[in-house]
Design a protein around this ligand. Structure first.
Ligand code: 5RP
Length: 271
């Protein structure tokens, strides 16, 4: 691996081999997503807990202080909206030149395997990898399911993740599922887990993240279950304990309960 590529990868995946990415890119197709209406307000208290931000160039420029940022994974696909005809109909929406100008650690885009736009998104991934490799910028592929959340089973996600890796993605972001080891063992590059829509209880999140880590994920790229929660910082701390401190889901739940019960002033002191 070339120095630049290796250096960028090490900004993303920490020395323990694990990572906690914070995605706040949802507005690129959903508009002002709940609790992300004013991104800077959402991001600021969570920055200390994120190893990297997954974000679009617009929100990066407008809402993130360049002097107090975390490594950036730039979302470079777009062109579809939640009210449009087909979420899978995305293209590349930012150039590699722009990624370099923004000094990012990686770029990320969605692939839509099994949809009408499968070929287009896969060839866009290949194109992005060609460009990224030229400049030492890793590509994170996002195995998107659009509105079809039911597609999240091991067979489908293993297929998508492997295809993304074969096309040259350096990291694959996919969903946790039952038998998650099928996804990780079939994917020769690091796999991170997304969270999906907010769950009923925080324990559900800790359980699947812990299970996924045991089964070979290197970390998470998990958004709504953190920042749509009424205690986002407590969620971030608890998840970080699973990712970087080897906590079980029960221990994470205890961290969450203790932190969310503490008065705001003592919480910020204990950061
Ligand atoms: C949306 C994305 C998100 O980065 C990804 O889905 C993770 O966020 P969440 O945990 O909220 O699902 O790709 O465009």
């Amino acid at each position: 691996m070339d120095w630049g590529m290796e250096n960028r990868m090490s900004q993303l995946i920490q020395s323990d081999g694990h990572c906690m990415f914070l995605p706040i890119d949802h507005g690129y197709f959903q508009g002002p997503t709940r609790k992300l209406e004013q991104p800077s307000k959402t991001i600021e208290p969570l920055l200390p807990y994120a190893d990297a931000l997954f974000i679009t160039r617009g929100v990066l420029r407008a809402c993130v202080d360049p002097q107090n940022a975390r490594p950036v994974i730039l979302r470079v696909s777009g062109g579809a909206s939640i009210i449009g005809k087909d979420l899978a109909n995305e293209g590349l929406a930012a150039s590699m030149e722009e990624a370099i100008r923004l000094n990012v650690s990686a770029v990320g885009m969605s692939i839509f395997v099994g949809t009408e736009y499968e070929k287009e998104s896969l060839l866009n991934l290949a194109k992005l990898v060609d460009e990224g490799e030229k400049y030492g910028i890793p590509v994170m592929a996002v195995t998107a399911v659009g509105k079809e959340l039911g597609k999240r089973d091991a067979r489908y996600l293993a297929l998508c993740s492997r295809i993304a890796a074969e096309l040259g993605a350096r990291v694959v972001k996919t969903y946790w599922c039952e038998n998650f080891e099928k996804v990780t063992t079939g994917c020769p590059v690091p796999v991170v887990m997304a969270g999906g829509p907010k769950t009923e209880t925080e324990r559900e999140v800790f359980d699947f993240v812990y299970d996924g880590m045991q089964k070979g994920a290197v970390g998470i790229n998990l958004g709504r279950n953190i920042w749509q929660h009424e205690h986002p910082v407590a969620m971030a701390k608890a998840l970080r304990a699973i990712i970087h401190k080897g906590a079980t889901s029960k221990e994470a739940d205890e961290i969450f309960k203790e932190d969310s019960a503490a008065p705001a002033r003592s919480r910020s002191r204990r950061k």
